[in-house]
Design a protein around this ligand. Sequence first.
Ligand SMILES: C[S@@+](CC[C@H](N)C(=O)[O-])C[C@H]1O[C@@H](n2cnc3c(N)ncnc32)[C@H](O)[C@@H]1O
Length: 353
Amino acid sequence: MSKDNVKDLITQMKAAVKSAQNTQASQTSPRPSAAPAARTPAAAPAGASSAAEGADSPAVLALINELMTGVETRFGIKPGSLVERKLVRILKDMPIAILRDWISSMNSCSSEHSEWQSLVENLTVHETYFCRDPDLMGMLADEILPGLIASRESHQQLQVWSAASSTGEEVYDLAYTCMRGLHKAGKARQYDGNKLAPDRGWSLYVLGTDISNQALRTAREAVYGDLGMGSFRNLPDTWKGMFEEVTIPPANAMAGVNYFKIREWVRQCTRFERFNLMNSRPPVQRMDLVFCRNVLIYFEDAVKRAVQIMLARSMSQGGVLVMGASVQMLAPEYFESRLGKGGPWYIRNGVPV
Ligand SMILES: C[S@@+](CC[C@H](N)C(=O)[O-])C[C@H]1O[C@@H](n2cnc3c(N)ncnc32)[C@H](O)[C@@H]1O
């Protein structure tokens, strides 16, 4: 959770409660979409304040907890104590009745509602960069792909899913590495210098999904700046062929930053969609390779297991799942474990799920 995210969240909460207060005061105004109005004005008289109860009164803490539980149940994200403390501080002067009604109104909204969406935009961590774990990408290229490509000879396609792809770097890493893997296996050809395309008959498809619409927008634009600790902090020289310099900078360009776009031949096998990992039905099936990294660490074990079962459901037999070294496999009945130079990886067995 970055400082900016917390600040945004607090701004959002302030605006939402203020808007609820305004609505309550006017009573005849339409309900603002940013904050559902109090549904029981009698229980929330104008000017009612929580000040008497104090910032850390059991009532305020219970409400914040209720909000955080809603976030966790709907999106798996377990917000840290820092966010809770900030919320307590900022909500201390809010009329409790209004806050209670706003939260209870949130509880009755679907997870797809724009209010939940904007809360989630603020609570999610989008940290990612190209070639984030070189050992793991090396393991993919040297240990996983040769066998996987050979085993897909009969249907000649490689279907890949990056679940929680954030701003897209992982998706383009996967597209580039898989295309090079196909080339090495004699299933892709080189054209126009260093561009690659699958051989006739073969196809490569890489899907990126995330809960954050902002992240998905950046991913689809596929333009990245060379800020110090940005997307390129770990990029090996040999991967530079994936990019072309952008001659017209993006609208929100920062001075002194150069921008690069993923080349068309890499982009054309990728696609991005919004998907909440808490869904038990995956957005795709028969995936050959699934990456789900640096997101399950924010989830409780029971949720992790449910997500891993959903991922198993998305995969074809013999498909490979990579979650990174810090995530334990909690659905072992659906996978065989392997340990490579870049950490553990899992092969989907034939057990139906
Ligand atoms: C730290 S990024 C990881 C990006 C990339 N996988 C990597 O390893 O570099 C975590 C991403 O998970 C997404 N996320 C969090 N909860 C999610 C959920 N319930 N469903 C889908 N995506 C979620 C966030 O929006 C964020 O973009």
